[in-house]
Design a protein around this ligand. Structure first.
Ligand code: GDP
Ligand code: IMO
Ligand code: MG
Length: 418
């Protein structure tokens, strides 16, 4: 069997956690392929509400193998807290969760560098989650990083100190006061040792050979991709479909369905361009009804209309074969719903996502009639209001990809499969 990939088509927080949890029952393995604790994936089922950061969103299904792939950066301290929360809900984690020994570690000074460099950027700060993601990936690519497997080596402490000292030297350039607190980090290292480290590329390729079904779970979204996102206001990994290949050790021809997930509108947290942003009553309404506050940082998310120029770009880069739309229910009370179908840049109209998004971009909108009814209890596509089906039909025509799942609420069962 090939590996299916589920990833975000916007600026993250599209509802990946919820939908992976819904889809997991059809899979044998769920594997995260990039990112780290910058991710916040919310799951809601029975009376349980939880936000996952490093652990794949398949963890609440029995007898499913969950894998943290080589493409991730793990903060041992945050991971330990997450383990405790999950264990309290009765999950026997160590038997179900496996970690690639090639995943990289976030150490305390990575977080300090993240904070110091954000402060030094002033107005041009990225709006990073301050989890040390950028500095950890920087060390990975500059070949100075520490890999998870190294914690079992006798000279781990020496390697750790070498890296920490490099960081302390580097931090001298910043006018930034800090203290290095290592207590939780080392407790987290001990916790990590409870887990089985694997070469996940072998585990996954063998699983495929044995006809097991694998779902690869992305973090962040396509517009935050280090190469194709709104650089430099991006994260430091490849969030696109190709990231599943490098982040898990799966060949391109071994990827199957690509589920691209998007919100019926748009949000972004952190700095950077956002052409369809609504800094007005509409934006406020989307934020308050949609509870648009960061699952990891609690920051208010910026909100705006769906941007088809950006969505079509993401569908192209990811090769999405199926679309999943979430949170249309947030617009249940709207009289009209708008979608950007093109950009006008210095008076010239284009439907291609440009090299740089700047203030001269004016979205060209198409307006749709709102459906003015609550959709959260609907479970069959045909029962959705005609206005919403028209909205979805338009998105399908524009992107050329079918919308196969419509999520109508945060709960596991608030989902329509077509
Ligand atoms: P992720 O990072 O892509 O997993 O998404 P987040 O968990 O950060 O943000 C999505 C938020 O929307 C969470 O609070 C979810 O519980 C919630 N959510 C997911 N799908 C739906 C939906 O269809 N409707 C509503 N109202 N909320 C949803
Ligand atoms: P999930 O997986 C939304 C954003 C940050 C910032 C930029 C860089 O929950 O969708 P970083 O800490 O990675 O250096 O921050 O990326 N960002 C996210 N935004 N959802 C996420 O993850 C994000 N992870 C990072 O806000 O703008
Ligand atoms: Mg999130």
């Amino acid at each position: 069997m090939k590996t299916d990939v589920l990833l975000g088509l916007q600026w993250g927080d599209e509802g990946k956690g919820k939908v992976v949890d819904v889809l997991t029952s059809g899979y044998d393995v769920v594997a995260r392929f990039q990112g780290g604790p910058n991710a916040g994936h919310s799951l809601k089922f029975d009376d349980i509400e939880i936000v996952l950061h490093t652990v794949p969103s398949g963890i609440f299904h029995k007898n499913i193998m969950n894998i943290i792939g080589n493409g991730l950066v793990i903060d041992p301290a945050i991971f330990q807290k997450e383990c405790e929360e999950i264990s309290e809900l009765g999950v026997e984690l160590a038997g179900q969760l496996f970690i690639s020994r090639k995943a990289h570690l976030i150490i305390p000074t990575h977080r300090i560098i993240d904070a110091a460099s954000e402060v030094s950027r002033g107005k041009t700060k990225i709006g990073s989650t301050l989890k040390g993601i950028g500095p950890a990936y920087t060390d990975k690519t500059s070949r100075n990083g520490l890999r998870a497997g190294e914690i079992l080596e006798p000279d781990f402490m020496r390697r750790y100190e070498t890296l920490k000292n490099r960081h302390v030297d580097f931090l001298k350039q910043f006018d930034y006061e800090y203290q290095i607190d290592e207590t939780d980090f080392f407790a987290g290292i001990e916790n990590l040792k409870r887990f089985t480290f694997v070469d996940s590329e072998f585990v996954l390729n063998k699983a495929m050979k044995n006809n097991k079904k694998i779902l690869a779970e992305g973090a962040q979204g396509t517009l935050l991709d280090i190469d194709f996102g709104t650089y430099p206001y991006v994260t430091s990994s490849n969030t696109i479909c190709a990231g599943a290949c490098t982040g898990l050790g799966i060949a391109p021809q071994s990827t199957g369905e690509v589920f691209g997930i998007f919100k019926a509108y748009c949000t972004r947290v952190g700095s950077g361009p956002f052409p369809t942003e609504q800094i007005n009553e509409t934006g406020e309404k989307l934020r308050s009804i949609g509870h648009e506050y960061g699952a990891t940082t609690g920051r208010p998310r910026r909100t705006g209309w769906l941007d088809l120029v950006a969505l079509k770009y993401a569908v192209m880069i990811d090769g999405a074969t199926q679309l999943i739309m979430t949170k249309a229910d947030v617009m249940d009370s709207f009289d009209t719903v708008k979608v950007a179908v093109a950009y006008e840049i210095n008076g010239v109209r284009t439907d291609e996502f440009p090299y740089e998004l700047n203030d001269s971009i004016k979205p060209v909108y198409k307006e749709f009639k709102g459906w003015r009814t609550s959709i959260s209890s609907i479970r069959t596509y045909g029962n959705l209001p005609a206005e919403l089906r028209e909205y979805i039909g338009f998105i399908e025509t524009e992107t050329g990809v079918p919308v196969k799942i419509v999520s109508v609420g945060p709960n596991r069962d608030e989902t329509i499969m077509r």
